[in-house]
Design a protein around this ligand. Sequence first.
Ligand SMILES: Cc1cc2nc3c(=O)[nH]c(=O)nc-3n(C[C@H](O)[C@H](O)[C@H](O)COP(=O)(O)OP(=O)(O)OC[C@H]3O[C@@H](n4cnc5c(N)ncnc54)[C@H](O)[C@@H]3O)c2cc1C
Length: 345
Amino acid sequence: MEKAEIYDFLIVGGGPAGATIARMIDPKFKTALLEAGSKTDPGKLCGGLIAPDAQKMLGKFGLSLSKDILVDPQMFFVESHDLQTGNSQKYQRFYLNVDRKRFDSWLLSLIPSRVEQHLATEYLRHETEGNVISVLARKQGQQLIFKTRHLIAADGGQSLVRRRTVKDFPRINKYVSLQAEFNSMKPQTGFQVYFDRSLTDFYGWSIQKKESLVVGMALKGKGAKERFESYISQIKPGTELRRSSCTIIRPGKFSDFRTHFQSNVFFIGEAAGFISPSSAEGISYAFKSAELLANAINHGPSIASSYWFSTLKIKTGLLVKKLKSMVIYNKILRNLIFMIGIAKL
Ligand SMILES: Cc1cc2nc3c(=O)[nH]c(=O)nc-3n(C[C@H](O)[C@H](O)[C@H](O)COP(=O)(O)OP(=O)(O)OC[C@H]3O[C@@H](n4cnc5c(N)ncnc54)[C@H](O)[C@@H]3O)c2cc1C
């Protein structure tokens, strides 16, 4: 089925990046958003911690969270552990602990009705003819064609739009993130972070969500599942309820970031490669990049170059984090700075 109208902007993905740009794009543009997930989906695999930078962005947007999005406990410190040496260190950092499904649904609910929202609608591929892009999507087994002048990829770290457009995805450093939920008998306080070079060169985490404890680790290479079991057996979190996995990208070079393709396809949030290589915190970058692209669109005329320049600060900031992570994820240096008390993610 082909939609008769031609949109100015078609957004693929309704996570923090897509929902934010849909809210901020000027009403004069005819805009639609496709989101593969539906209201009844369990939601995405995520720690669900709103870090200080993301809190700042919510403040900048004039948004407040209602208590039904928050889950106990709220976190005021991080405790990092080196599982190999037994060293640990605590430092202050304030996180809002949220139910990620409710958080994303709330962001979608803020999108004005002038933006057409198509839930449970999955982008499949697109082709360009002149200055019109035809997008093939699928909803409940039915194929739909949307026509648009510009495409905005906000479809996350495994962005299919990016894979279909620029084919640079295989070059980006990727991990499998395994996460399991436990019925924990003893509620944990703070955000617990685990390092173990024999298991991963990234990190593991455990986060209390009401009565459950979510334990995860980002791993690379063969035997990831076995290494995850070994990690779990060291933490001994309780009775396992469920387990899930997803891919997590870890940008490390300038070419991992992609803001646009030609002058009509744009990338925001994790689809652009904007996620911290040291902590995997990505919600603040989703907010920031969506705001920057909305500004470039609303003020025109050269959206691509204006967006590219305005994201330089994000890109350099993330590359600095990559340098920092080379210290944090080095066993000797980390234990040295554990001793002097400055090993922060
Ligand atoms: C295990 C894990 C834990 C994390 N914990 C945190 C944390 O605690 N705090 C934090 O700040 N960040 C965290 N992150 C990172 C954070 O989840 C992302 O960086 C952030 O969600 C990026 O937002 P986004 O809108 O760019 O992409 P996403 O949130 O991934 O949203 C993309 C959206 O696009 C939709 N989509 C995908 N493909 C299609 C398609 N083909 N058609 C239509 N729709 C599509 C998806 O359903 C999704 O809703 C974590 C990541 C992982 C993997």
